[in-house]
Design a protein. Structure first.
Length: 433
């Protein structure tokens, strides 16, 4: 697959099996697949080969169904269980774990959807269908607004626009597109088939990391949208609070997995190394206490990153349970957002400040365990740092840290701006008198 080419994966043919919710049982299903995915990760990165086959295998095994509730025929796995699996998958190949973020986020949002939409989309997910993401525009839209539009015609709704950062869409059967209603403020989501007439998906992502996630351009030119593919979104609602935190949690799980990959490769490289330096102790690297210490520090950072991420995942599970108890997960809920949902959001905010630094540190410290040979492009060890840095840029840490400071000082809950866009020009200062 070369940059700027258009492609969409073939439809999944096999219906996934019904999976258990238990973590250990799920590990028995997915770990062999994760090991196969890990075996080809370096080659795919070097050849810029999009992981269509690993994604197909995971889809057919039911990875995309994990968060479908049991009452709708799914495994009903907890957020924590899915997060633990995501960390393992990201350690195998962070691109593959990352590209599932869009689909898992869509399935998460279905918990808050009207029953008529759940009746359409849960069966599709259980049949192995997946959903990508097309929310962000590259520029030109005012902050809080969208240039992509949904317009009503005599024949129904029609979608027009262009998106970038469409992670996962090139691998998916559908993509969820954020759009304004005829240019109005606010947004709705339209879920359209990636092979529908008028849809073009490009692999033109030019980032130096996460190069195999399909994070490129998607264009929509007069795409018909049926009524059962339209989803409302209310800023500040229980759904919006939870889903935003969940989307960020997936990125943090990817970072924790990258840290584990750095630990794995550091230990394996040191264990196999025979050469040493004339400035060292003359010991094999595997027995050198300084190299052991460096490897241990990488392992500790990976352990800490995963521990923080799993703590945040449990907070999101608590939030979902609280929302269900008071009916805040149902359309028309007019009560306050449950405190537990905000607690989950705050937990993820804390993790966003700490986990990227841990993952980047682990990936950087990998080069302290060997020497110049570690920079060989044939080894591809640099991909861990490139990938971690790319994932860490999705939500600037400084903004998250500031929001946390405001929360702890003033009790201010984090508030999103509904859609990324161009900030208004600062008003000129009043002329000095």
């Amino acid at each position: 697959m070369t940059a700027a080419t258009s492609a969409v994966r073939a439809r999944t043919a096999a219906t996934p099996p019904r999976l258990p919710a238990d973590h250990d049982a799920l590990c028995r299903t997915f770990r062999p697949l994760f090991e196969e995915i890990a075996a080809g990760a370096l080659r795919r990165d070097q050849d810029r080969e999009l992981p269509f086959e690993p994604v197909r295998r995971l889809d057919e095994a039911g990875f995309g169904t994990l968060r479908v509730p049991a009452e709708h025929g799914g495994p009903g796995a907890s957020v924590e269980t899915v997060t633990r699996l995501l960390v393992e998958l990201a350690a195998a190949d962070s691109n593959v774990a990352h590209l599932y973020r869009s689909h898992l986020g869509f399935v998460e949002s279905l918990r808050f959807a009207p029953e008529r939409l759940q009746a359409v989309w849960y069966p599709r997910v259980l049949a192995g269908r997946t959903v990508g993401n097309a929310s962000t525009e590259k520029g030109g839209n005012r902050l809080g607004t969208l240039s992509t539009t949904l317009r009503r015609t005599a024949d129904g709704w029609v979608l027009d626009g262009e998106k970038y950062y469409t992670t996962g869409t090139i691998f998916a059967d559908y993509t969820r597109v954020s759009a304004a209603l005829d240019g109005q403020d606010g947004r709705r989501f339209a879920v359209v088939a990636t092979d529908a007439p008028g849809v073009t998906v490009l692999d033109d992502w030019d980032g130096f990391g996460q190069r195999l996630t399909g994070t490129g351009t998607a264009r929509f030119d007069g795409v018909p949208v049926p009524e059962d593919a339209l989803f409302d979104r209310v800023a500040g609602s229980p759904e919006a609070v939870h889903e935003a935190a969940f989307f960020q949690l997936v990125l943090l799980a990817v970072l924790a997995g990258i840290a584990h990959a750095a630990r794995r490769d550091a230990a394996a490289t040191v264990a196999a190394r025979r050469r040493t330096f004339n400035t060292g102790l003359g010991l094999p690297f595997a027995e050198d206490p300084l190299i052991q210490e460096a490897t241990g520090r990488i392992a500790a950072k990976a352990y800490a990153a995963e521990a923080v991420v799993l703590h945040a995942a449990r907070a999101l599970d608590d939030g979902i349970a609280a929302a269900a108890r008071v009916g805040a997960d149902r359309p028309g809920h007019d009560g306050p957002v449950p405190t537990e949902l905000h607690d989950g959001e705050i937990a993820v905010e804390h993790a966003q400040v700490t986990v990227p630094e841990l993952a980047l540190g682990a990936a950087q410290d990998l080069f302290l365990t060997v020497g110049a040979s570690a920079t060989s492009t044939a080894k591809g060890l640099d991909r861990h740092w490139r990938n971690a840095q790319t994932v860490a840029t999705h939500n600037p840490i400084a903004f998250r840290a500031r929001a946390l400071g405001d929360y702890w000082i003033n009790g201010t809950l984090p508030e999103g701006l509904n859609a990324i866009g161009d900030a208004p020009a600062r008003a000129p200062k009043e002329a000095a008198r």
